[in-house]
Write a protein that binds this ligand. Sequence first.
Ligand SMILES: [Mg+2]
Length: 389
Amino acid sequence: MNQPVRRSILHVDMDAFYAAVEQRDDPALRGQPLAVGGTGTRGVVAAASYEARRFGVRSAMPLREALRRCPQLLRVKPRMEVYRRESGRIFEIFQRYTPQVEGLSLDEAFLDVTASLSIFGSAHAVAVSIKRQIHDELGLTASVGIAPNKLVAKIASDLDKPDGLVEVTAESLHSVLDPLPVRVLPGLGPRTLPGLARLGVRTLGELRTMPATRLRAALGRDTEHMQRRAAGQDDRPVTPERAEKSISAEETFDIDLVAPADLQRALSQLSERTAARLRAKGLLAGTVTVKIREHDFTTVTRQQGLAEQTCQTRTIMDTARRLLVTWHKTRPGARVRLLGVGVSALSHSRQPGLFDVPGDSQGERLDAAADRIRARFGSTALSRARSLR
Ligand SMILES: [Mg+2]
């Protein structure tokens, strides 16, 4: 029988995500106990900064209770639009390393990087690189757990928060898990924990090694399952989100763009980002869309079908440029506030993607090289000549 493939799974979890975004965006909130939630005394804490956690403030806690524990607690209203946008940027970073990304929430995901190791070297190198890109591009920190499976990766990401990086190997499974309290195991809760306590089972090691016949009093027919979990066994696959309908990149400019050359340059960069994401997901696109918003918020889209599906930057960029030029003739001198490049009519690629051997054509080899550089050094590391100032 074949040995099962040894998997490398990452669990990436942003540190105090909503609160960290607020502290990043408002220097007055930095270093302060902060709760994101209602601003009165009603409602609950949606997220607490680490400074607030020191006072015992936790998410889902009634605000009234949070204020009792920490009277100087600062409060801000949640800005879900902003968190969603930042989440999109985080998941875009994940896609540079593998299409096998399973999102659990806006700020948390499993990544199966097993097939990416030939490019990036090790799961540890991938984790370091992801943490650095999140820090450098978003000004936020994440904690990462690396393990042979999802269960242990999720436990590991929580062991050294914030800004943590904990790797658990098949060899170190028991030494890491055994001392941990049983409550870290998903599936053990108020119904089962008291029974375990009565048996004197406090740690995962005790749960793992206690005879099943004794444990059955507390865990019933889940006994074997929970003992396997306490031993760090889990073979659930990482399941990427359902097929996407479209992929796009857009940008709002600090100063409206007017000159055709500036518009083309911005469009080229957006085309590159969109095409790179398309390839990272192993997809081909049959339609290119350009979105243009003028200074008065008038927004139009222009769309064109392709003769043949593609994931090549060159084709997507050229099509987007033609759409923009045609539009610009109708609106010469327009002040453009936002540009976007999207692709749709997606299907799964049989062409080489980021994690396969690139094909022979010059365009494919160029794209594959660009993707690798971008994955290693970040999305701004490389632009084609046309995107450069
Ligand atoms: Mg989190």
